[in-house]
Write a protein that binds this ligand. Structure first.
Ligand code: DGL
Length: 268
């Protein structure tokens, strides 16, 4: 029997933070990751443009026979998850709902911070999702666009990253949030520096783990889980030269990236 793969995508290396959790929860599954490195960042682009990119990538991944799609990008999840679900006939999982659920369940002060790209923050997707769960929670949001190029560059533990994090985050820290949602899949790559600035009283939430569990539940519910005795194959595609993706990806995944192929989304 041949088993279909899990398709997963982001604008660049950010979605690897979700893929890493999928590896932990579902090591038996084949995965196909696409990083749209030719067009990163998504967070500064209009919803129309991001929607077009997401549709093109989904079409590409469907040609490679996937059984479920993970939009491992908050910007895509915020601006066009419904449009993807309406157009494509496979299960599609985003990353906003899982992060919102986790934040709402752990805040004690009822004051939650959310950081993300301009697109995600402008959409208010997190504020709406958290308030649907608990309307009493106060949600403070902030766009931190410079975190994406820092993560793509692998500048995660130097003075530039530290100063950027302090400049963005001290206001949120001083406002008294006790929970901070990393509402962009690139941001967990900078987790250590973000944690250092926010201090030990603030819990950081990234939706990767919860998203991986949602994927497992959906596959189990539709009898699409591969037997756990199997070992998954991992495929990586990018839309520009792979060198930077390989360097940062290998660092993040502990040197286990394997081959990365450059593709054009128009090619069959
Ligand atoms: N990692 C993506 C997100 O979660 C996209 C970041 C970007 O390309 O601006 O929003």
């Amino acid at each position: 029997m041949t088993w279909k793969a899990i398709g997963i995508f982001d604008s660049g290396v950010g979605g690897l933070t979700v893929l890493k959790e999928i590896f932990k929860v579902l090591p038996q599954e084949d995965t196909i990751y696409l990083g749209d490195t030719a067009r990163v960042p998504y967070g500064t682009k209009s919803p129309q443009t991001v929607t077009r990119y997401a549709h093109e990538i989904t079409t590409f991944l469907l040609k490679r026979d996937i059984k479920i799609l993970v939009a491992a990008c908050n910007t895509v999840s915020a601006v066009c998850l419904d449009s993807l679900k309406n157009r494509f006939d496979i299960p599609i999982v985003g990353v906003i709902e899982p992060g919102a659920r986790r934040a709402a369940s752990i805040t004690r002060s009822g004051k939650v911070g959310v950081i993300g790209t301009e697109g995600t923050i402008k959409s208010s997707a997190y504020t709406k999702a958290i308030k649907r769960i608990n309307p009493g929670i106060e949600v403070l949001t902030l766009a931190c666009p410079l975190f994406v190029p820092l993560a793509e560059e692998g500048w995660v533990d130097n003075e530039v990253a530290r100063l950027t994090a302090r400049t963005y985050l001290l206001g949120l820290k001083n406002a008294g949030v006790d929970t901070l949602v990393l509402g962009c899949t690139h941001y967990p790559i900078l987790k250590e520096i973000i944690a250092e600035v926010m201090g030990k009283d603030v819990t950081l939430v990234d939706s990767a783990e919860e998203t991986a569990h949602s994927v497992a539940e959906i596959l189990a519910g539709s009898n699409l889980l591969r037997p756990s005795s199997e070992k998954g194959n991992r495929h990586y595609f990018v839309t520009d030269v792979p060198a930077g993706f390989i360097r940062v990806g290998n660092r993040f995944l502990g040197g286990k990236l394997g081959d990365v192929h450059q593709v054009s989304l128009e090619s069959p």
